[in-house]
Design a binder for this molecule. Structure first.
Ligand code: HEC
Ligand code: HEC
Length: 249
């Protein structure tokens, strides 16, 4: 009897110790978590940017605006594409919206660049964020940068990055799958850059390069046409894009 009681007391002490140890561990875990949270709040606070302007800066990268209008919209890429440093002040919100939705340039001249018609591809929220970014004077926003083009790894690898960097992916889809809606065009969708049909029609490098340079005019906006990249994308990069397209399904 006495021995049983002793065993019980012993067990109770063991349980109590376990609870205390667990409590300390739990507290320590929470303490660490709390330190982490405080740390991340401090970091965000030091680089705080208006979220609308920040979103616009990321859209500016995603939709390849800098590939024609230059880094931070400073120009210098082609004499046919203006810098955007004053557009945010001289043009109204309505004018800017119209330009982004409908494109601008000499659509009939294949040797000249033509700004893409983004209307059916971009959202109204993305357009208003882009305009906020332009009107804020295109400030530098951390991590809103086009991906660096890998060097010395072959043309196809370069081309895969250019496909994202030049914004092709927004219209032709990941891996060139196509299918992005273009409701008023004859095909109702932006064409794939992969598959048997594409390869049959575009069976030489020269044909693919020609369409990238001179684009197309299927009709007037809101129909999305292929932008003209003439004078913008240099020859080596056109060859890299072709090399990448040939790796697709
Ligand atoms: C394929 C090249 C190309 C791309 C990509 C491009 N643009 Fe343009 N953009 C042009 C050309 C060309 C013009 C000038 C047309 C003209 O005035 O003849 C222009 C004009 C403009 C103008 C009018 C500027 C002014 O002072 O009149 C604005 C604003 C503009 N682009 C914004 C953008 C934004 C925002 C993006 C990204 C969503 C973008 N562009 C992407 C080629 C491009
Ligand atoms: C704003 C949307 C848009 C962007 C950005 C765009 N394209 Fe296109 N592209 C089109 C449309 C629309 C067509 C179909 C044109 C037609 O039917 O006349 C097309 C056609 C093509 C074709 C011919 C395929 C066919 O079946 O007609 C090739 C090749 C092509 N694009 C490559 C590219 C590459 C490479 C890029 C990036 C440098 C690019 N495109 C960026 C919209 C776009």
């Amino acid at each position: 009897m006495k021995r049983d009681r002793l065993v019980l007391v012993f067990l109770a002490v063991v349980v109590l110790l376990a609870v205390v140890a667990g409590g300390i561990g739990w507290g320590a875990g929470h303490y660490t978590n709390r330190t982490k949270t405080v740390g991340s709040i401090t970091t965000t606070a030091t680089v705080s940017v208006d979220p609308t302007v920040a979103a616009g800066a990321h859209d500016f990268v995603q939709f390849a605006c800098a590939q024609c209008h230059g880094q931070d919209g400073q120009g210098g890429i082609s004499p046919d594409v203006p810098s955007l440093t004053s557009a945010g002040k001289t043009l109204t919100v309505a004018q800017l919206t119209d330009i982004i939705d409908h494109g601008l340039g000499e659509s009939a001249n294949p040797t000249k660049p033509y700004m893409p018609v983004w209307g059916s591809v971009i959202s109204t929220r993305q357009v208003s964020d882009l305009i906020a970014f332009l009107r804020a004077g295109l400030p530098a926003v951390a991590t809103a940068e086009a991906p660096a083009v890998p060097q010395g790894q072959g043309l196809a690898v370069e081309g895969a990055t250019l496909y994202v960097r030049d914004g092709c992916i927004n219209c032709h889809g990941p891996n060139g799958l196509g299918g992005v809606p273009n409701p008023q065009s004859p095909d109702k969708a932006i064409p794939a850059l992969s598959g048997v049909d594409f390869r049959k029609e575009f069976n030489t490098d020269a044909k693919i390069i020609a369409v990238i340079r001179s684009g197309s005019v299927i009709g007037r906006a809101p129909i999305v046409s292929m932008p003209h990249w003439g004078g913008i994308i240099p020859k080596r990069q056109l060859q890299a894009l072709v090399a990448f397209l040939k790796t697709l399904k």
